[in-house]
Ligand binder design. Structure first.
Ligand SMILES: *Cc1c(COP(=O)(O)O)cnc(C)c1O
Length: 383
């Protein structure tokens, strides 16, 4: 029986070639030729005002926290149903994290519950485009204007996905907030093993972003010949990746359309293959709001209860198919509870207990997984 893993990084075949080219160029530290090519490609394809590759999405989020000057006592609103880095980046600067519940129809944060969480200390809202499906950004940007708050999109999963606002304009995710963070971790659609990018849409941050990313120096300006020497001008760290990473990433980006098409085929095959089984009421299929597109980052099912989920995971495993759940929601994490009291987040808990992610990668043949699931659902329905 063939093993079907949960994720398998896809290689386009050009990665090694570009890495070799980067090595031959003689400059493999940050901001070499491939880093520039990646920046240009993103800025051209998606119209982002300024892109800077980072070593991870975690790093991009940490840069964002530095850029908006998060300090002790500031409050940052975000979903609890997310990866730890969304919160950690701000906790590192001394922020208090205020968790917002998920939506009833989607694991993303419930935009209608944000306003009641805003206080005088609130500094930013961090929407996470879960599964690459947009949060309702009109609502979030309206709150940002009304209360003068920064919006940082955690777009880790959201490459090549869009939001259509009430004005009818379709905007790429990552282009709407003041700042946005993407991930190229090997579990994402486009990857370089580890890797990330910060997108800067608010021009006030252009210069300082370059400085913070280059250890607090104005080295980027120096390389452009804008200053005759460089030095320490601000706080910062080393957030820029080697050009070897960028060379790998560039090979993936050249194949973005092909990768996305294949993932979309897998997603649609799952959806259509499981549609009638969902009528039994055992589980729900993912819902995509009208204003959002689906970049096929993830295919998940939401079961009625955690016992059913557990049973499906183990029955799939018997058939050598590996499905995974997540997240252990942050508001219930040991670390957060060590210095905060517990809050009640109904839908976050529901997704935490009942959501199951199915295998999703370029080379996957989804039919095997669908057939296995249909057999399992039949058994469960007879019980
Ligand atoms: C993957 C992910 C991250 C972290 O990305 P890294 O590149 O591994 O640092 C952050 N937030 C979300 C929502 C993610 O899915």
């Amino acid at each position: 029986m063939e093993t079907i893993v949960f994720n398998k990084p896809y290689l386009t075949g050009k990665e090694g070639h570009y890495i070799y080219q980067a090595v031959l160029s003689g400059k493999i530290s940050g901001d070499g030729i491939f880093t520039k090519r990646c920046h240009e490609l993103f800025e051209k394809k998606y119209g982002y005002k300024k892109c800077l590759l980072t070593t991870s999405c975690t790093d991009a989020l940490e840069m964002a926290a530095l850029l908006i000057n998060i300090k002790e006592g500031d409050e940052v609103i975000m979903p609890s149903y997310t990866f730890v880095s969304t919160a950690n980046a701000f906790v590192l600067r001394g922020a208090k994290i205020v968790f917002c519940d998920s939506r009833k129809d989607h694991p993303g944060m419930d935009e209608d519950q944000i306003e009641q969480l805003i206080t005088k200390q609130t500094k930013a809202i961090v929407p996470v485009h879960y599964a690459g499906v947009a949060c309702d950004m009109d609502k979030i940007m309206a709150l940002s204007k009304k209360y003068n708050l920064y919006v940082i999109e955690d777009a880790a999963q959201a490459i090549d996905s869009y939001y259509t606002g009430v004005d009818g304009i379709k905007r790429p995710l990552g282009s709407i907030g003041h700042l946005a963070a993407f991930s190229f971790h090997e579990t994402k659609n486009i990857m370089s093993g580890e890797g990330g990018m910060i997108v800067i849409n608010d021009e006030q941050f252009f210069e300082r972003a370059e400085v913070i990313r280059e250890k607090g120096t104005n080295r980027s300006k120096f390389f452009r010949g804008e200053v005759d020497k460089y030095g320490w001008v601000d706080i910062g760290s080393s957030f820029l990746p080697s050009d070897i990473i960028a060379a790998f990433l560039y090979a993936q980006l050249e194949n973005l359309d092909e990768i996305q098409q294949r993932r979309k085929y897998i997603w649609d095959t799952y959806y259509n293959g499981l549609k009638s089984a969902a009528e039994s009421g055992l589980f729900k299929l993912p819902e995509i709001p009208n204003y959002a597109t689906n970049n096929s980052h993830m295919f998940y099912l939401v079961f009625n209860n955690s016992d059913t989920r557990k049973e499906v995971i183990s029955k799939l495993k018997e058939k050598n198919i590996y499905s995974v759940f997540h997240y252990i929601s942050l508001h219930k994490s040991k670390f957060h509870l060590s210095y905060n009291s517990e809050v009640e987040l109904e839908y976050t808990d529901k997704y935490s207990e009942c959501l199951l992610r199915l295998p999703m990668y370029f080379e996957l043949e989804p039919k095997v997984v669908i057939d296995a699931l249909l057999t399992i659902f039949n058994q469960l329905n007879k019980k």
